[in-house]
Design a protein around this ligand. Structure first.
Ligand code: R5P
Length: 262
């Protein structure tokens, strides 16, 4: 791995413990103003100090994140679809590579839709990004999208999608936690982070998912709604952080959450 690429990746995945807690706030690229991100700067300001990196779009970055901020940016560079239509996998690249460089991002990211009619176009877009990333030293995060079109998020499917991302040259991959998750991490060849998904019922459900994923080989979490839609988002991100970086158990994380929210 070239020096620049390694340097940028180490701003995201901490080389001291090989772990990362990313905050995903890129939802607006196809969902518009989701709950909790109607006014992103208000939501983000108290959370940024607790995140190792932010995953977002260039519009949100330019409008809501101070340029003086030192938080590493994982820039979403795919999209051009919306929840209004039934063709979410029909994504293309939406950001020029010159703009990604101009924004001084630490990584670039796109979704791949393995198993859909748009599999080829999203994998070709991944290859294009990897060519660019290798040329300029910017790591590429592939997101193995799920959704109506893709059915079950089982270990067979997710290990297939993660491994394809790695074989195409992605430097790390974001996927979903599932039963038998160790099968996904052990065959991925590259670091795996997990997405949070829709907000779940209890904080403990999130803590257990994060803890299990780490135990089964994930390097960390890239959570969005389960943090910023929580009534106490700072308590939530701090508790998840304790699992990712301090090896706390779900019960210990719950105690941290309870203490911070009171
Ligand atoms: C996934 O494709 C996108 O990056 C999502 O916007 C992100 O993963 C959402 O995070 P969460 O599911 O934790 O709200």
């Amino acid at each position: 791995m070239d020096w620049g690429l390694k340097n940028r990746l180490s701003r995201i995945i901490n080389p001291e413990d090989n772990r990362v807690l990313m905050l995903a706030v890129d939802h607006g690229y196809f969902l518009g103003p989701v709950k909790g991100l109607e006014q992103p700067e208000k939501t983000l300001e108290p959370l940024i100090p607790h995140a190792d990196a932010l995953m977002l779009t260039r519009g949100l970055l330019r409008r809501c994140i101070p340029a003086e901020s030192n938080v590493p940016i994982v820039l979403r560079v795919s999209g051009a679809t919306s929840i209004q239509r039934d063709v979410l996998p029909d994504e293309g690249l939406t950001v020029s590579m010159e703009d990604a460089v101009r924004l001084n991002v630490s990584a670039i990211t796109l979704s791949i839709f393995v198993g859909t009619d748009h599999e080829r176009q999203t994998l070709m877009a991944l290859s294009e990004l990897v060519d660019f990333g290798e040329e300029y030293g910017i790591p590429v995060l592939a997101v193995t999208a799920v959704g109506r079109e893709l059915g079950q998020k089982d270990a067979r499917y997710l290990s297939l999608a993660c491994r394809i991302a790695a074989e195409q040259g992605a430097h790390f991959v974001k996927t979903y936690y599932c039963d038998d998750f160790e099968k996904v991490t052990s065959s991925a060849m590259i670091p795996v982070v997990i997405a949070g998904g829709k907000k779940v019922e209890t904080e403990m459900d999130v803590f257990k998912m994060a803890y299990q994923a780490i135990q089964e080989g994930a390097v960390g979490c890239d959570f969005g709604r389960n943090i910023f839609q929580n009534p106490k988002p700072v308590a939530m991100i701090s508790a998840i952080r304790s699992i990712v970086h301090d090896n706390r158990t779900p019960d210990e994380a719950q105690e941290i959450y309870n203490e911070l929210m009171s």
